[in-house]
Ligand binder design. Structure first.
Ligand SMILES: Cc1cc2nc3c(=O)[nH]c(=O)nc-3n(C[C@H](O)[C@H](O)[C@H](O)COP(=O)(O)OP(=O)(O)OC[C@H]3O[C@@H](n4cnc5c(N)ncnc54)[C@H](O)[C@@H]3O)c2cc1C
Length: 426
């Protein structure tokens, strides 16, 4: 009976190490040096490198990569357990070499890159000597890739890219832009002539690619393989976000409970008011459901593949943003005026909910995917009434039981008596 929710003791030791490391080293780093990994200051860089070495010594670097792609090969379930710790500490993904958008880019580079491409780009990305961004969404259409227009045209030994991209996260500070064209994914060094980054938005960049020339070997994977590579990239990303979202929801929930036990109003601590208790109970249930859903999906991916789990991943995708929105909102409400300030992480968490509902695809699109895929397992019923129509069920039941009644007249008589009795009661 393989139905086991326990964690192996050896792996639990790793999780305990991560928990302690994050609490004692990673958390404080974020508050003193936000974005430490990107800071040019040599003293900060050296300190960050020391911390990262500790992570490497534990065999915990770049955990998202499978063994065959050069990572530790933890698989998604173990990664989920790790990420539900890391997700509480903004600096943690980068200190563990597992931060988006680099992770997704590294994953497709590891899976589809040539040896030469891996040497040139994967190694420096893994070592954080380079950073990357993913340039897919376009100003005229995000949810529907059929509206994308950016294209690369072959010219001798080069590709020439023309197009416009929108919301390329961290594009401005990336060394490499993974550009999704209608005819493939191309790796474009940011400083290539013709790459023009608009002043706004600041963090998620609007980029014009105007006659951008790159060598022929900057095509990643097959020509016309953009869709396949993008699916692979985004499938992993969505579940990793969800794992970290569990951590955010847990934090909002912990804060809710602590506050509810700490304040008084109308003659009682607020945890004693039923409407507060309802928020706590509902939030607890939502958190548990989200966690189980994400862990089960991670487990399923390990048994099959992300491609086989597209429905589950899409469910996870839209559920995480809803649960984050609801729990962070209730926690904020229980914190009263304090919750509305930027003196706690709650405002950021609540603001992150709509972000989670759009990044990696609008939730609505994922709901459409789920409904379509789920409906494939069903057929319409014949006639005017559903198969569960009770008069049909009764008729079928009597037919099915006929041979039993023939063999057992006493049971048949009892059935007739019951039938008569029930009809009389109508
Ligand atoms: C924080 C963040 C980071 C991001 N990072 C990146 C990045 O690094 N690289 C990148 O390329 N992109 C990135 N994106 C963009 C993201 O991929 C898009 O926002 C997403 O695909 C939706 O596209 P859109 O914003 O153009 O919305 P639109 O396509 O304009 O959709 C707007 C709304 O229309 C409705 N809608 C659309 N289609 C349907 C449908 N089929 N059924 C029902 N309703 C529908 C939904 O309400 C949807 O929210 C990021 C987005 C966010 C928020």
């Amino acid at each position: 009976m393989a139905w086991d929710f326990s964690t192996e003791p050896e792996f639990q030791e790793k999780l305990d190490w991560i928990q302690q490391f994050c609490e004692e080293r990673v958390g404080p780093l974020h508050h003193v040096f936000p974005h430490a990994v990107r800071l040019p200051d040599p003293a900060v860089r050296a300190y960050v490198r020391d911390l990262q070495q500790d992570v490497k010594d534990q065999g915990l670097w770049a955990l998202f990569l499978d063994e065959e792609l050069g990572g530790p090969g933890f698989g998604q379930l173990k990664l989920a357990l790790v990420n539900e710790i890391l997700g509480r500490y903004p600096a943690a993904p980068q200190l563990f070499g597992a931060a988006a958008p680099d992770t997704g880019n590294m994953e497709i580079l590891a899976a589809y890159g040539t040896d030469e491409q891996k040497k040139r780009w994967l190694e420096p990305l893994l070592n954080q000597e380079m950073f990357s961004a993913y340039s897919m969404t376009e100003p005229q259409g995000g949810s529907d890739p059929r509206l994308f227009e950016t294209v690369a045209v072959r010219d001798g030994d080069e590709w020439v890219i023309n197009g416009e991209k929108w919301f390329t996260s961290a594009g401005r500070v990336a060394d490499l832009l993974f550009v999704m064209c209608t005819n493939g994914i191309f790796i474009v060094p940011r400083t290539t002539e013709g790459v023009e980054i608009m002043p706004e938005p600041r963090n998620h960049n609007h980029i014009i690619y105007r006659d951008v020339r790159i060598p022929a070997d900057h095509l990643l994977g097959p020509e016309d393989g953009a869709h396949v590579l993008a699916q692979r990239r985004l499938g992993g990303g969505r579940i990793h976000h969800a794992m970290r979202t569990i951590a955010q929801c847990t934090m909002a929930f912990d804060m809710m409970c602590e506050r509810a036990l700490s304040r008084r109003s109308h003659g009682a601590i607020i945890a004693e008011h039923q409407m507060v208790q309802e928020k706590i109970a509902e939030s607890y249930a939502k958190l548990r459901m989200l966690r189980l859903l994400v862990l089960e999906t991670a487990w399923k991916i390990d048994q099959t593949s992300a491609q086989d789990c597209r429905t589950d991943i899409a469910v996870v995708k839209f559920t995480m943003s809803r649960v984050l929105r609801e729990i962070s909102f209730d926690s904020l409400q229980i914190h009263g005026s304090l919750g509305t300030t930027d003196l706690t992480p709650l405002q950021d968490m609540y603001a992150a909910a709509p972000t989670m509902g759009l990044a990696d695809g609008a939730d609505e699109v994922h709901k459409v995917t789920v409904a379509r895929r789920v409906l494939r397992n069903y057929e319409p019923h014949e006639g005017n009434f559903p198969r569960e129509f009770l008069p049909y069920k009764k008729e079928e039941a009597w037919k099915k039981m006929e041979p039993i009644f023939e063999a057992n007249p006493e049971l048949a008589e009892a059935a007739e008596r019951w039938k008569a009795y029930r009809e009389k009661r109508r």
